[in-house]
Design a protein around this ligand. Structure first.
Ligand code: FE2
Length: 341
């Protein structure tokens, strides 16, 4: 849907880019934002921030190479705030040394420690990775991730590539729960159950459930939300699936995050912290989370679009930093198990 909002967002982003000759001379009432998120998703929040605070946001939207760019800019980088997706991308930024600790009572009070593990970044929204099944062919309402390995799903399971960051984080969480040996057995069983070679996007698994190719699949929750609003064939994909209450055995739902980080050499640090705090407020959380059907991190936002559609989720209790540590082993196991071949 290319509606008014989308066009306005593009206009905003290009004007921001054009105006951004920015930088080293950034004035006191500016804040410079680097992000991998979509302009259409962010623009309404940034507009609200500017309206409420008078601080102008110079946004740079980068699909790739954000971290490399800030590293190359070095001590003179104009970057104040980074808005990122996926715990792998976020940890890579921290490990690259381009972040600094966020000191803020608002952050500490709003976000549980588990969701801001090293103070260099803070979760803004949660993105759950859950199981969906064919509404017509599968009769159950809940499942554990472990049960996906059950031989009863042989030839019926669909999932995107095992090396995709979303599955890498999911499998890393599996290792954090069960250890590498069991994770290897698990990956092999999932591959055996696969109806087709793992690949495509998350929405494609819903398409393949509708077509009858598979009965059960793994998907990020926001795609379910986006398909529910689709005005094209994706609405049919949505109608064919049923989301299951999904958790690790004895644990919770696997979540990944979108997050804000404070840039190491932020020239407008006070404004940067203001923007991060604003992103955690009820107004921004509602706009930002609902724009992509993500789950707000602020517990005071009760009626988010994601919760209305899918109900509440109980995130797994594993620390995201413990999960991140298993990403490399998870990538190795995917290769070893021949998951993507
Ligand atoms: Fe995605």
């Amino acid at each position: 849907m290319i509606g008014k909002t989308h066009l306005r967002a593009l206009a905003l982003s290009s004007s921001l880019l054009a105006a951004s000759g920015f930088a080293n001379s950034a004035v006191a009432q500016d804040v410079n934002l680097y992000t991998t998120r979509e302009p259409a998703l962010l623009s309404p929040v940034l507009e609200a921030f500017t309206k409420d605070t008078g601080i102008k946001v110079n946004a740079v939207f980068l699909k790739d190479g954000l971290q490399e760019r800030i590293r190359a800019e070095g001590a003179n980088s104009p970057a104040d705030v980074m808005l990122l997706v996926d715990v792998g991308e976020i940890n890579a930024a921290v490990e690259a040394g381009i972040t600094q600790p966020i000191k803020s009572d608002v952050v500490d009070k709003t976000v549980p420690a588990q969701l801001r593990p090293d103070n260099n970044w803070v979760t803004l929204t949660k993105r759950a990775r859950i199981v969906v099944v064919s509404k017509d062919r599968v009769q159950q309402d809940a499942i554990t991730y472990e049960e996906l390995a059950d031989p009863k799903w042989k030839g019926k399971f669909c999932i995107r590539a095992g090396q995709h960051p979303y599955n890498n984080a999911f499998f890393a969480a599996y290792i954090a729960h069960h250890g590498q040996e069991k994770a290897e057995t698990y990956l092999k069983a999932l591959r055996t159950n696969a109806a087709r070679k793992p690949g495509g996007g998350d929405r494609d698994v819903a398409r393949d459930i509708q077509s009858g190719l598979c009965d059960i699949a793994v998907i990020n929750t926001y795609y379910i939300g986006l398909m529910s609003q689709a005005k094209n064939e994706q609405k049919g994909w949505y109608d064919a699936i049923k989301p299951l209450k999904t958790s690790f055995a004895g644990g919770g739902t696997h979540v990944n995050v979108s997050a804000a980080a404070l840039a190491k050499n932020a020239p407008n640090k006070a404004n940067a912290v203001k923007l991060i705090e604003y992103m955690l407020g009820e107004k921004a959380q509602t706009i930002y989370a609902d724009g992509n059907f993500e789950f707000p991190v602020n517990p005071d936002v009760k009626e988010s679009a994601a919760v209305k559609l899918l109900g509440t989720i109980t995130p797994d209790k594993l620390s995201l930093s413990d999960v991140a540590k298993q990403r490399k082993p998870a990538a190795d196991l995917v290769d070893k198990a021949g998951f993507d071949s």
